[in-house]
Write a protein that binds this ligand. Structure first.
Ligand SMILES: [Fe+2]
Ligand SMILES: [Fe+2]
Length: 395
């Protein structure tokens, strides 16, 4: 595409859409694709803010050259070193070898380790400024949001914040690039799934950054993925605030693993009893079918979590193990939990569920229900007890 897309006078979006990659970072499904947003500021000096993933670098450079019409790039600001944004740095340097690269003390070792680049560097620290002519770049550190080197770049003259992955989203930019040009309803799950799965582990750094950035008068937020925020800035900041405080809604996510259907029946049984007690937001997921990123996204939203697994070679079922280890790794907070299990001869999921409960420190609402094959009346009673105890916690 050779259309220059202007965000403000002489500030351009030079991002690319990726509709081919199935898994972001080789793990997270991308049913709606993803955009890698890069930005260009043309002033007396020319600055590029972050680049794009390397599979897209040809389109990227072509677009940049079309806009610049022979002008050179003077600065590249690296807000974030992850390869979905640093992947075109080498290509950019090939075309513009005199670029000065701006980063912080944590950026440059990564730049050396990833790409062997160690010259033409300009290190910036918290609050440093750099004049481009009519406007100025200001740099603020946002460590662990979501890497150690992450920082943001602010242009006070235009009140534009280049926020890196913060306020990013999955989903391509299909025509529109601004939040008031795209279908936000269509992107809703991809916005929250991006937060919960990519940024979600770092709630505390997110809170610190929100407080710091809250002091800046921002009219436009240019993230490295998803729409550019200008009409719904308050909404997206409120969402980030809520998510990073682990604030949840009353509702229950039931995730189960089942080989022959007995464990699934326990899930349905619990859901029926939750409904009887007035719980309306119930999301049941089969861990063999639904990618953990969707289950985790629902867990970020709802306070109640009920997990169930069949036995598998004396232990827990592999897809449930994946979900548990991801939740442990992310350190998701502020939930209440119940467990159910099903076995045929000996052992099963219960010891692993106990270990999980201890590690994640969520409150366990009721003793586990553990059935042996088809549900007996006492198994059903145990499922009911979990549901009623959970409903009592939530409502
Ligand atoms: Fe990232
Ligand atoms: Fe990213």
């Amino acid at each position: 595409m050779n259309q220059a897309i202007e965000i403000k006078e002489n500030i351009f979006w030079i991002g690319v859409n990726d509709r081919r990659t199935h898994l972001f970072e080789n793990y997270w499904p991308l049913p709606k694709g993803v955009a890698y947003n890069s930005y260009l500021i043309v002033d007396e000096k020319v600055a590029v803010i972050d680049t794009v993933e390397r599979s897209r670098m040809e389109d990227y450079i072509e677009n940049l050259e079309n806009i610049l019409q022979g002008k050179k790039v003077d600065y590249l600001v690296i807000n974030h070193m992850e390869p979905d944004h640093s992947g075109a740095i080498k290509a950019l340097l090939c075309h513009y070898p005199d670029i000065t690269i701006i980063g912080n003390a944590k950026t440059f070792p990564m730049l050396q380790n990833y790409y062997g680049i160690h010259t033409h560097l300009l290190e910036v620290k918290e609050g440093n400024k750099l004049s481009l002519g009519k406007r100025e770049l200001q740099f603020y550190m946002a460590p662990m949001l979501h890497w150690p080197e992450t920082m943001v770049t602010y242009v006070p003259e235009d009140k534009v914040l280049f926020s890196g992955d913060i306020f990013g989203a999955f989903g391509t930019l299909d025509g529109g690039i601004f939040d008031d040009q795209v279908d936000l309803e269509y992107l809703e799950e991809d916005i929250s799934r991006y937060y919960s799965n990519i940024v979600g582990k770092y709630g505390v750094p997110a809170q610190t950054a929100l407080k710091k950035l809250g002091a800046l008068p921002v009219e436009t937020i240019c993230a490295t993925h998803g729409p550019i925020w200008r009409s719904h800035i308050k909404d997206i900041i409120a969402k980030y605030d809520k998510w990073s405080k682990y604030e949840t809604e009353p509702g229950v996510v039931i995730a189960f693993s089942s080989m022959y259907g007995h464990t699934e029946r326990m899930a349905d049984c619990i859901a029926r009893y939750l409904t009887k007690k007035g719980v309306r937001k119930i999301r049941i997921h089969d861990t063999s079918k639904t990618h953990p990123s969707y289950i985790i996204n629902d867990i970020f939203r709802y306070k109640g979590v009920i997990l169930g697994s069949c036995a598998y070679n004396g232990g827990i079922f592999p897809t449930m193990e994946t979900l548990l280890s991801e939740l442990e790794n992310m350190g998701v907070k502020n939930h209440v939990v119940g467990f159910f299990a099903n076995k045929t001869w000996a052992g099963g999921a219960v010891p692993r569920f106990n270990q999980f409960a201890e590690k994640i420190k969520w409150e366990v609402v009721s003793p586990h229900a553990e059935a042996t094959g088809a549900l007996s009346p006492s198994d059903e009673e145990n499922c009911r007890n979990i549901a009623y105890a959970m409903a009592a916690k939530l409502l």
